[in-house]
Design a binder for this molecule. Structure first.
Ligand code: G6P
Length: 363
């Protein structure tokens, strides 16, 4: 097992550092920056022409990627909802043959997700899975499969598969919108070059990250909060999930604007707030972060250098000044590192957190 980790102390850290490669693999051959389009040749032209709405079903970290994908679809003008697969049997919205149900699952073996997928298929929906495992049950059950090509992930806490799922769903959102509306969505012009730059930018981010020092500074806190808006919201949820999974500390993710509707009651000098800035109404997120700061909470801004939040915040984790469709995924890499270093300081068994399994094949 040690050999498999190479120079890294844990698989999780290795897998975080593999993201430049896994993302390059995910994107390879699927975008055509010269033609200004998402080619995604995995699907025939016009495959999604008749889609009138999309439901994404998933669990855990994959649910956060699904939520990210649903918001990307909404922003591209396609009606979409992300649903927890384990809730789907009791609360599934109606489907028709023009509903596309996408099961997002790293392993392709999660029982809850497979159940939702089968239920949707029985009810007549089109089905697709976004998965890492060729030959998985999800890939066999769904009408179509889109593989994220992240390579094996050993750490129980998902890292590189989340970023690849989210990127593939971002591409899929563009392709579905293109098929449905007969023309590519307007924001492709900045997305495609940003996507091409992403592997190298993440390399730099990993090299220069201040996550280790930040983890050390706040390790004794009582609770850890994560806030984000738009595509930053699923990243806030994922930041908190990763943190609780491997540190065993209390962490919560909120939509930035929700902080004042309840969670603010929990905010004290003992609750650092990680604020994610994706370029989507950042002024509002900054105001929300300042409300926490007024109650004594230290704010760690996850944003580009030179962003106004850097001056306001107590600490800073830098991300590149990139397209807002991708900024949250860069932020997520910083947050993965914070979780990792915090868990390491606390001496947790990072690759195998207590009570958790890599793939849950029971309901
Ligand atoms: C388990 C893992 C999580 C994972 C979830 C969904 O609970 O511990 O890390 O996100 O399953 O797994 P999947 O393979 O469907 O993405």
């Amino acid at each position: 097992e040690q050999a498999g980790k190479g120079e890294y102390e844990h698989f999780m850290l290795k897998e975080i550092y593999e993201q430049p490669t896994s993302l390059a693999q995910a994107i390879e051959g699927r975008v055509d920056p010269n033609a200004g389009q998402v080619s995604l040749e995995d699907f025939e032209p016009g495959t999604f022409e008749d889609v009138d709405s999309v439901q994404l079903v998933a669990c855990g970290t994959s649910y956060h990627a699904a939520l990210y994908g649903s918001l990307a679809l909404n922003q591209a003008g396609v009606q979409a909802t992300a649903l927890l697969a384990n809730e789907y049997s009791v609360t599934a919205p109606p489907v028709t043959e023009d509903t596309l149900v996408i099961a997002v699952s790293q392993s392709g073996e999660t029982a809850d997700t497979l159940n939702a997928l089968r239920q949707a298929a029985d009810e007549g929906a089109e089905t697709l899975t976004v998965t890492n495992v060729v030959g998985s049950t999800a890939a066999r059950v769904a009408d179509d499969a889109l593989f994220i090509r992240a390579g094996p992930e050993i750490g129980v806490a998902a890292t590189k598969t989340f970023s690849s799922q989210a990127v593939m769903l971002t591409l899929l959102a563009q392709r579905i919108a293109d098929d449905v509306r007969g023309e590519p969505p307007a924001d492709l012009e900045s997305l495609l070059p940003a996507l091409a730059d992403m592997p190298e930018e993440i390399d730099t981010l990993l090299e220069e990250s201040a996550a280790d020092a930040i983890a050390r500074e706040y390790i004794d806190s009582q609770s850890f909060f994560f806030i984000g808006r738009g595509l930053g919201f699923p990243v806030a949820l994922e930041g908190a999930l990763k943190f609780k999974e491997i540190t065993y500390e209390h962490a919560e993710g909120f939509a930035s604007g929700e902080l004042k509707h309840g969670p603010l009651a929990l905010v004290t000098p003992e609750t650092p707030v990680f604020a994610i800035f994706t370029g989507e109404e950042d002024e509002k997120t900054l105001k929300n972060a300042e409300e926490a700061q007024t109650r004594g909470a230290p704010v760690i801004a996850v944003c580009p250098d030179g962003h106004r939040a850097v001056e306001v915040a107590d600490d800073h984790l830098a991300i590149p000044d990139t397209d807002s469709d991708l900024a949250g995924l860069h932020a997520n890499v910083q947050l993965q590192l914070v979780s990792y270093y915090a868990a390491d300081l606390l001496g947790r068994p990072i690759d195998k957190p207590r009570n958790l399994a890599k793939s849950v094949t029971v309901e």
